[in-house]
Design a protein around this ligand. Sequence first.
Ligand SMILES: C[S@@+](CC[C@H](N)C(=O)[O-])C[C@H]1O[C@@H](n2cnc3c(N)ncnc32)[C@H](O)[C@@H]1O
Length: 856
Amino acid sequence: MAGGSRGGRGGKGKAFRGKGNKGGGRDVRTEPWGETTRENELFESYYKLGGFLDEEEFRKMWATLATNLPNSFRFTGTKADALAVREIFKQRYIPGITAVTFEGQPVNAPEPVQAFPDELVWHMKTDKKVIRRFAPFAEFQKFLVAETTSGNISRQEVVSMIPPHFLDVKPGMVVLDMCAAPGSKSAQLAEMIHGDEEERVKRAANNQAPSIDGEGDYSDDGRSTGLLIANDTDYKRAGMLVHQVKRLNFPNLIVTQHDAAIFPSIELPVPEGSKKQYLKYDRILADVPCSGDGTARKNVNVWQKWTPRDGLGLHNLQLRILFRGLQMLKKGGRLVYSTCSMNPIENEAVIASAIENCGGVSKVQLVDCSDHLPNLIRKPGLNTWKVLDTTQVPGEEKTAHMFTSWETFLNTKEKYEKEDPDRHFSNKIYPGVFPPPIAPSEEERIPLERCIRVYPHLQDTGGFFVAVLEKLSDIKVTQIRNSYNAAEELKGKASTEEIEIDLEIEQDIEPGGPSSGVSSSQVPPLKRKLDDIDEPLPSKKAKNESANEQAESTPTIAGGSEGFIPPVDELSQAEKSTTPVNGAAKSEDSKPTSDAVRPTKLKPEAQNNNKEYFEYLPSDDPTVDSILSFFGISSRFPRDRFMVKNKQGLLLNKIYYTSELARTIISQNKDRGMRFIHCGVVMFVAHKIKAQDHIKAPWRLQNEGIRILEPWAKNRIITCKSSNTLYKLLIEMFPKLPKDGSHNLAEIGDQLNETDIGCCFLRIEQDDEAGFPFPMVLPLWRHPGSANLMVDKDDRKAILLRLFNEANPNIINHVAEQAKAAEDARKEVENGDKEAVNGGNDAEDADADTPMVVDA
Ligand SMILES: C[S@@+](CC[C@H](N)C(=O)[O-])C[C@H]1O[C@@H](n2cnc3c(N)ncnc32)[C@H](O)[C@@H]1O
């Protein structure tokens, strides 16, 4: 599989690529640093006194947190392609950069991040003023930008790359990414499902034995049978997700827009009269919304706005998402939970509560991953921590309190509120935010130390948390019992206005200590304005649109607000319950659980104004049939996976292709109210030209889908053997192909002269001597008097830079020139009343997406 400019299945001509990815995709609020000081006493005190790190470790962590984050990127796509692009980068740019010295010292060059295998992840700590000053950096920047645009490189934060590595995804697996936007981890997961698909398909198409060791996913002629469902609840972010994943050109991908905490159960087809079956997942990623305090190195708002209530407010939503994920996981399946927060309330507390709610470690186990990514420097998860809250009495100073258990919290609350009835503790403190109670036996203990904590100072990254969970047996529980009811009584006591305060952190005493349960002896008082430490609740909503809303709601997991139901084995309790459904808690969809669990059919139009239509074409569709026979596509290539995206199922401009499982799921569920917002890779686009009658199939191949089809094609294959000819095709649009054979397109011109008008596969085999480091396939249109690569300008430029080290190519467009000449002539006619001249308007043929092109 190759990058976009290498044709086929990558974004904009890139085979299977993530493109333009801007990184980790946290809910980071990026504002310019300006005058911001990287200080926040409450934030600091919590991490210093919360019992997470020893003094020395805290000092290093805190010092690193106040520095800028290095830039990082990874080579994407199949391993072979990624390694090939990495080699070009290493050989062409690294020597020049390492030779640069600044103020007598060698500069910091980009270097591989040791935590990841095969030198596919790099980071660069070079000072900006050095980067701006030296030419080798400018050259490298150009390469970085071009390859990011083409999808061969993804700029992603190092820690954000970790979770997919722990999921251990294989090509045949069904994977759900519950909170996926903007999609950097989805891109990694898609790469894993894709695996070495192109190699497998090639072998299958050539009737070769599957693979040397006989392993691999061969049930569908080598095509990956797995599926990735990438979901996000947020409308705008889901749009970003679609934009990102479209560029992967991965037919085994569906994007949905649902609240992950009530993610609908996806129905599978069953014979009539049989019990309903629902999709279960081999792998789930729950990269949940979080306070993002691990992103403080790049996120000014962490310093400005961190409060302990951020984590407390998110815990419940995180728990509900994780619990729903565990419900939907297959027995024996694996779920990775991750956050970019270092706060145990969003991390270990969520994991422990979820495992307890599922029925304990006999149902769900924390996997020991110490042997995975052995070079990743990490710290074990926490078994103890403290919970911080702040209170104030109007007109008095604000006080901070640290609690080690639910009991001491209640004691303290009772004591304080007796004295100051106006003092308000957070109504988000429940037993579940504290460390789990001591287990009756070691076997029943949740080994939280198996969680993975990555602190910024360990390998110069952001802070991150990962936990790997395995489902050992079915979970019969449908409702979370996190003692929310105990916390309910605290509700309705919102915090009040701000004044200048004395902030004093008090530590609660251990159970069995003094009855007051409060001690302030270990903690120094802090002076600050409330404005600095605790923003009014409504503004927090902006940080994470749904988080607070969700966190407000009850923790019940039941059917969906869309009328979907969890699988039957997980429903028995919910069906009896009368607890209100939350999820999209305040949405108009909320209704009693007993109603919600009924598999109501909702009209899609009523739910989703921006609905995409997915209409599969019949397997004997005559248009598809004629296109496939035009290209000589083997009868083994599946005919029933083509679709169009209009309500009527009409063939208008584009024909898409999806994997078999994607088709099954879309077809079975599209009328059940599922919010499917993307699926399918563009395979053919209608090609409207003046000489329409001369073409047997007026459809052109698309860069997006070409690599899926090419191994099965017998006709219209043009083979490129020399880099000179490829160069000519890249640098010149519509090079002439005179009828007398006097072209200068060498072996390509000769082959094209033997080929009718229409689209062709331009096949470029890997040939190191010819300068082709990996195989490529590109769509090439044969016009009556010329030929043209159907590759857009950005991708042309990226290939020219990658293969020919040409940074500023001057791409000649004969048709554009012709059109300009015609336009000039027309103007002359208008102005000078000369004879009318007819001109083409075909400059846009440069854009492979433009349906109307010219007979050039
Ligand atoms: C940490 S970000 C995910 C980053 C993403 N995994 C990536 O690597 O690009 C968390 C995402 O969760 C989404 N989110 C928040 N609440 C959600 C919910 N209830 N269900 C699903 N997604 C949710 C947010 O819109 C946000 O895009």
